[in-house]
Design a protein around this ligand. Sequence first.
Ligand code: GRF
Length: 214
Amino acid sequence: MKRIAVLASGRGSNFQAVIDAIADGRIPAVCCGLVTDNPSAYAVTRAEKAGIPVFIVDFTTFPSKDAYEQALLRVLNDLSADLYILAGYMRIVGPNIVHRLKGKMINIHPALLPSFPGLHAQRQALAYGVKVSGCTVHFVDEGMDSGPIIVQASVPVMEGDDEESLAGRILAEEHRCLPAAICLFCEGRLEIRDRRVSVLPEPGDRSRTGRKIP
Ligand code: GRF
């Protein structure tokens, strides 16, 4: 069984999707911790209900971003997870942590990258006037939402959508894509070459082409 750890700053509905997928056997892993920068995040309550250890690294109690990141890195190292998942973690992870956890950290973003990286992706998509948006699960690199892409799913942008309605439609896909990507990682089926991620076939499936990625 792989060990996975989740970093979340708020509501934690993606974290809940991961908890549920582990509970019903869709992800072959144990969740060894929730790490948060925000002690009042609802994700903390979700972790407690699921019996998952909580590690609070409260950003506001550190004298500098550097000091915060050092403390965060210690917590992440101590967890010795196989995979670290940014699921609504609302801070930019510094280059030192990114470098040390290369290939072991993934993020979920509510847009079809490389369009609309950064904050308020749904607002950006509406303002631009795209007709299709969606979500992306990707490995974390030094850039902003720029790492190798694992899974994407699209949703239509409807006439009359506002930020909330579009975000809700995208969120439903996030809750499907994040567990799917974690499962592929835990099964050892992701291969990163340059910035392209190949999804290896399931054991027993000989075809290497034409397969739909979840
Ligand atoms: C999600 O839309 C995620 O893509 C973004 O922040 C939101 C977090 O939602 N990074 P939740 O905390 O998982 O409910």
